[in-house]
Design a protein around this ligand. Structure first.
Ligand code: TXA
Ligand code: MG
Length: 354
C-alpha cells in the first residue's frame, strides 16, 4: 500500500481534512496528531476498520482501542443506557467539564453500537475528546467516532512526530497527517468510571490529585509503578512490555551526584566491553556524563519537558544502535508519575536504588 503523506498545520486546511475524512469514512486508516501522541485512526463503529488497526500495529486483539469523539454529546450513543451507566455518566460529565477536550480517557459500559472488535472483547468502552484542533476536525470529518491507538508498531515507543509514524507505519496505512510535534508527549490518563471509587489505570498529564478535586476519592491500579504485585493490569495494554528500546535500559535513583558517579562508572565498564552507551540525562546534569550519546530529557524545574522528549529519545537510541543505556529517575508526584510509569516499562523495571 502507498501511504500518502500530507502536511496539515492548520485546523482549517480543508483539502487535507476532506481527503483524510474520506479515507476514514470509507474504512481506511489515517494517522494524525493529538495533544498527547500521534494516533492511528479508523472508524470506531466499523469492525473491519478496527481489525485493520490491529493488523497495522501488530497488536494483540485483546487490547482495546480508545474511541475519540469531537463533542461531548456524542458520548451518549456509545455508552450503555442503564440506570448504573447513567450514574457513571454523571461522573463523566463532571470530569469532561473539567478536562475535555484534553488528555483524559474515561472507561464506561459500552452500548451495542460499539463492536467488540473495537473494545477487544470487553463490555466497556474507552472514550476521549482530544485537545488538538486538527484531531477534532478530523474526527468530525471522519464521522464522529474514531478509534485511535498510538500510531506505533506494538511494543515500540509512541510517536511524538509524524516521522516516527512513518518509521513504523509506512506502507501499512492509507495516510499520515503531519501536524508537527505533539504538545504533551505521553499518552492520556485513563480513568475507569465503572468501579467505585473510580480508578486510574494509566497515569498521564491529568493527575490523580486533579481528578480527585472533581470526584473525591480516586484509586490507583496497583500495577502502575510496580511489577512485583503479581496482578494483571486492568488496562489490557499496560501488561505488554511497551515502550521498550532494543538495548538494555537501567534507571538509577538516588542523590544527584551519586547517580552521576554510579552511571559514569557503569558506562566506563560497558565501553571497555565494546558496547555502545547512552544516557537519559537532564539539563542539570547533561555535561557530567561520558557516554557515546548523552540526551537531555529536559529540565527538572519543568518535568513537562521530560514527558515531551522521552519517547523521541528512546527512538533515537534505537536508531543509533545503543546497547547499554542508563536513565536518571524522576519524583513520583504530578507528571513524574506518568514519566516513571513509562520509563519503568521501558527498563523492564530494572532500577538501581543508591
Ligand atoms: O493519548 C492517548 O490516549 C493516545 C492518543 C492517540 O489518543 N492513544 C492511546 O491509545 O494511547 P493506546 O491504544 O495506545 O492505549 C490505550 C490503552 C491501552 O492500554 C488499552 O488496554 C486501554 O487503553 N483501554 C482501552 N479500552 C479499555 C477498556 N475498555 N478497559 C480498560 N482499558 C482499556
Ligand atoms: Mg499505545
Amino acid at each position: 500500500m502507498d501511504t500518502k503523506w500530507i502536511t496539515c498545520m492548520e485546523e482549517d486546511d480543508k483539502e487535507c481534512l476532506e481527503s483524510a475524512g474520506e479515507i476514514l469514512r470509507s474504512g481506511g486508516l489515517v494517522a494524525f496528531p493529538t495533544e498527547t501522541v500521534y494516533g492511528l485512526g479508523g472508524e470506531a463503529l466499523n469492525p473491519s476498520s478496527s481489525e485493520k488497526i490491529y493488523a497495522a500495529k501488530g497488536r494483540p486483539s485483546d487490547n482495546p482501542l480508545i474511541v475519540h469523539i469531537c463533542k461531548f454529546e456524542d458520548i451518549y450513543r456509545i455508552v450503555a443506557d442503564t440506570p448504573e451507566s447513567r450514574e457513571m455518566l454523571k461522573v463523566a460529565e463532571k470530569l469532561a467539564h473539567a478536562f475535555w477536550p484534553g488528555p483524559l480517557t474515561m472507561i464506561l459500559p459500552k452500548s451495542d453500537e460499539v463492536p467488540y472488535e473495537t473494545t477487544g472483547g470487553l463490555s466497556t468502552v474507552a472514550v476521549r475528546m482530544p485537545k488538538h484542533k486538527t484531531a477534532l476536525a478530523l474526527i468530525e470529518k471522519g464521522g464522529g467516532y474514531i478509534a485511535a491507538p498510538s500510531a506505533n508498531t506494538s511494543g515500540r515507543p509512541s510517536p511524538t512526530l509524524a516521522k516516527h509514524v512513518k518509521e513504523d507505519m509506512d506502507g501499512r496505512i492509507d495516510m499520515i497527517v503531519d501536524g508537527g510535534e505533539v504538545g504533551i508527549g505521553i499518552e492520556s490518563t485513563i480513568v475507569d468510571l465503572t468501579v467505585e471509587p473510580v480508578q486510574i489505570l494509566r497515569p498521564g498529564y491529568i493527575t490523580a490529585a486533579m481528578i480527585s478535586q472533581i470526584v473525591g476519592k480516586v484509586d490507583m491500579d496497583v500495577t502502575i509503578l510496580s511489577d512485583a504485585s503479581g496482578q494483571t493490569p486492568r488496562a489490557p495494554g499496560m501488561k505488554y512490555r511497551h515502550y521498550a528500546p532494543k538495548g538494555e535500559l537501567t534507571i538509577v535513583s538516588g542523590k544527584q551526584e551519586d547517580v552521576v558517579k554510579y552511571i559514569n562508572q557503569a558506562l566506563k565498564k560497558a565501553r571497555e566491553a565494546g558496547l555502545k552507551t547512552g544516557v537519559i540525562a537532564t539539563d542539570e546534569t547533561k555535561e557530567q556524563y561520558e557516554a557515546d550519546l548523552v540526551k537531555t530529557a529536559g529540565s527538572r524545574q519543568d518535568e513537562a519537558t521530560v514527558a515531551k522528549s522521552l519517547y523521541g529519545i528512546l527512538r533515537d537510541f534505537d536508531e543509533e544502535g545503543m546497547q547499554v543505556m542508563y536513565s536518571e529517575s524522576f519524583p513520583l508526584d504530578g507528571i513524574g508519575q506518568a514519566i516513571m510509569n513509562r520509563l519503568l516499562k521501558a527498563a523492564g523495571h530494572h532500577v538501581i536504588q543508591l
